[in-house]
Design a protein around this ligand. Sequence first.
Ligand SMILES: [Zn+2]
Length: 298
Amino acid sequence: MKLLTLPGVEQGSAPAQAAGFIDVHLHCFTGSAWAQQVLEQSAELRRQGFSHVVAIGMVNTRLSYDEVRTLIPGWVENRGNPQYHELDELLEHARRSEGFIIPLVDTRYLWGDVASTLSGYLEQGVRGIKGIWLTDNNDIGVKGVPETFGITSEEYRRREWEIFSYAQENDLPLLYHMDAREHADTMAAMMQDFPRVRVNFPHFGIGRKPFSKILDDHPGVYTDMANLISHLRKNPESYRDFIIHYQDQVCLGSDAFLYDMGSIVQYLEALRGLGLPEEVLHKVCSVNPRAFLGKALP
Ligand SMILES: [Zn+2]
C-alpha cells in the first residue's frame, strides 16, 4: 500500500482515535494461517489513518459444504474455515488486533432460537450483527435461505424480524444486505416495526432510486458503497451528488476480505476522486461510521 494524503482528517489536531477512518464492511474468509498478514495489513492501515475496520464472520453449525456454498456468491475466494464456520478465527484476529478489527456475526446460517444464539455469540466477543435478506429471488444469484433450510417464507421472515428486534433491544449495529429494487416493501415494514434499530443497508441499498425513499423516511438509516468502486469511478457526478445529499447517512465500506485489506485504501482514493467537500469526506469516513457503530466501538 502506498501512502496517501488523508482526506477528512485535520492532521495533528484531533486525536487519531477520534478522527480515524472506519471501514464498516469487511468479510473474514481468512483463517489463522493468515494471522501475520492480517496484523501487518492492520498496522499499515493504522499508519494510513484508520482506527478500526468492521469484519463479518459466518457461523455454520449444521450445514454441509455443498449446502453452505450455495448461499455464497461463486467469486468469493475463501481462505478460511472450509465449512464457513468463521467466527472463532475472526474473534482471534480481532483479539490480536487489539481493538482494530470489530467482529460482527453473519446470521445467514443462524439456526435455533435467535435471541439465545445471538447472546451466546455476544458473550464470545461479537460486537454487532450482519444479516442478509435471501429469499429465493435475490440480487446475488444464490439459493435462498428458505429453500436451503427447508423452512417456509413466513418462518424465514419471522427469523429476520427476531434479528432486527434483538439488534434494536440490545443497541447493536446491524449491517443488513437487502435489495430495495425487489424488497422495498419488506424493508419499509422492518423500519416501521423497528424504528430505533441502528441499521446499515449496504451497497446503497443495491438500487439508489428505490432506496432513497427509505433514507428520506428514516434519517437514522445508514448505507455504504461496499463493492461499488467501479460504479463510483464510472459515474462520479451522480455518486458525488448522492453522497452529498445523504452525507449524514453514508459510511465508508469496501467489502474487502481480511486477507486483502489493501483494497480498502482504493475506496478512500475513489471517494477522494469524487471531489467531495472535506467536511463530507470526514462524515463518511469517520463521523457516520462512529454513529452507526455506537457502543460497539471499543
Ligand atoms: Zn458484504
